[in-house]
Design a protein around this ligand. Structure first.
Ligand code: FES
Length: 210
């Protein structure tokens, strides 16, 4: 079975990325809580667009437990390619998993199957990225996207938004609903918890969620 193939990039994609990074640089340099080292690391790790989550971690806020809100929670000091770790997020009974795919991409998901809520496992040796597998009725999900690839699950796995900090530690910083863009989900949660930080992180320019 072959791994996912990236489509050719449209003209101007590189310019778009440069503009995105310039905007990120501006936002982060305006944040007095962000150190230069954090900034360098953040730029290296948010090419996937997790600007908001990185700002949350670098600002050192929302490290709260037991207040019923999903803040930033450190789940591992390090996660190497090909490794996964299970944890509970955002609540104590919400099973989740972070996976470092073989190419270094960091992803996170709820591991509660969208069919009948059995526990989903990561099978490292299935295909290029492994797959997310539910043993109850042989449901399968794509490890890179959470999309359903087989069996009865009706919806993709909801995402847990993961970021890496300056020391290489891995954090869960928010959740996205099934099928929701990661930054949309993160901005929705951040607006509820800290509207000012949401603005500083660039959420104001994204459409409001509920
Ligand atoms: Fe997961 Fe049925 S509960 S496939």
């Amino acid at each position: 079975m072959s791994g996912p193939v990236n489509p050719p990039e449209p003209d101007g994609a590189e310019d778009g990325r440069r503009a995105e990074r310039a905007a990120l640089r501006e936002r982060i340099s305006a944040d007095p809580l962000t150190t230069r080292r954090d900034y360098l690391r953040i730029v290296a790790t948010v090419s996937g667009g997790l600007v908001v989550g990185s700002t949350v971690v670098s600002a050192g806020v929302l490290h709260r437990h037991g207040d019923g809100e999903a803040g930033a929670v450190k789940v591992a000091d390090r996660l190497e390619p090909g490794q996964a770790i299970s944890f509970d997020y955002p609540g104590e009974d919400d099973r989740a998993m972070a996976i470092r795919l073989p190419d270094g991409t960091l992803v996170g998901y709820s591991t509660v199957c969208t069919h009948l809520a059995c526990g989903v496992l990561w099978r490292r040796d299935e295909g290029t990225d492994g797959d997310l597998y539910c043993p109850c009725h042989e449901g399968k999900f794509d490890s890179r996207t959470g999309e359903v690839t087989g069996g009865p699950p009706p919806r993709p796995l909801p995402k847990v938004v993961m970021v890496e900090d300056a020391q290489g530690a891995v954090w869960a910083v928010g959740t996205a609903r099934s099928g929701e863009d990661e930054q949309e989900g993160l901005c929705r949660g951040l607006r509820q918890r800290d509207p000012q930080l949401a603005d500083r992180a660039g959420c104001a320019s994204r459409k409001s969620g509920k």
